[in-house]
Design a protein around this ligand. Structure first.
Ligand code: K1U
Ligand code: ZN
Length: 173
C-alpha cells in the first residue's frame, strides 16, 4: 500500500468533473487500498479519488473507524456512485475537508440519501444512509463533480478561506 499526496484548494484539479470507472480491475482495487491508507493516516472519514489526483468517480468512507473512536472500522468503497433519492428534511453538520486544511463550516444537506454504487468486486449495491454517513457521502460525491464544501457557503466566507489557503501555499513554497 502507499500514502498518496492530497491536493489542496485552490488547486484547479479539485474543480474538475471526474470520469466514470470503466472496469473494476486490479488497478482500481490498488487505488482503493491506497486511498484507505491515505484517509486513515490523514486522519479523515472520507476521501474522493480526485483529492489524490485521480479523475475517477470513486470514493472511500469510514465514519466509524476514525471518525468515532469507540467503533470498529467500517470501510466502504463506492465506485460510480449515484444518488437515487434524497429526503425532504435537511441536516446541518460542521464539515471539514482534507483538501481545505484547518477550515470548518456548517453545511446544510439532505438528512438521508439513497445511493447506488459498485463495490471492489464490481457488484452493484443500493445503500440508504443517514447521519454523518449521509453527509460524508454527499460531501465526497460533490468532489466527483468538482464541488467543495466551500461552494455551499456565502461568497464572502468562501473567498476569505480561499485567500488564506493561497497565502499559506505561497508562504510554504
Ligand atoms: O476531505 C474529505 O473529503 C474528507 C473529510 C470528510 C468529511 C468530514 C466532515 C463532514 C463531511 C465530510 C474529512 O474527513 S475532514 C476530517 C474529519 O472530519 C475527521 C478527522 C478525524 C476524526 C474525525 C473527523
Ligand atoms: Zn472533502
Amino acid at each position: 500500500m502507499a500514502l498518496l499526496p492530497i491536493y489542496t484548494a485552490p488547486d484547479p484539479l479539485l474543480k474538475t468533473v471526474s470520469k466514470p470507472v470503466d472496469a473494476v480491475d486490479a488497478e482500481i482495487r490498488k487505488l482503493v487500498d491506497d486511498m484507505f491508507e491515505t484517509m486513515y493516516a490523514a486522519p479523515g472519514i472520507g476521501l474522493a479519488a480526485i483529492q489524490v489526483g485521480v479523475q475517477k468517480r470513486l470514493l472511500v468512507v469510514d465514519v466509524v473507524g476514525k471518525g468515532n473512536q469507540d467503533g470498529a472500522p467500517q470501510p466502504m468503497a463506492l465506485i460510480n456512485p449515484e444518488i437515487t433519492w434524497v429526503s425532504d428534511h435537511d441536516a446541518t453538520y460542521e464539515e471539514g475537508c482534507l483538501s481545505v486544511p484547518d477550515h470548518y463550516a456548517d453545511v446544510v444537506r439532505p438528512a438521508e440519501v439513497e445511493v447506488s454504487y459498485l463495490d471492489v468486486d464490481g457488484e452493484e449495491h443500493i445503500l440508504r444512509a443517514d447521519g454523518l454517513l449521509a453527509t460524508c457521502i454527499q460531501h465526497e460525491m460533490d468532489h466527483l463533480d468538482g464541488i467543495l464544501f466551500l461552494d455551499h457557503l456565502s461568497a464572502l466566507k468562501r473567498n476569505m478561506i480561499l485567500r488564506k489557503l493561497l497565502k499559506q501555499k505561497k508562504l510554504a513554497s
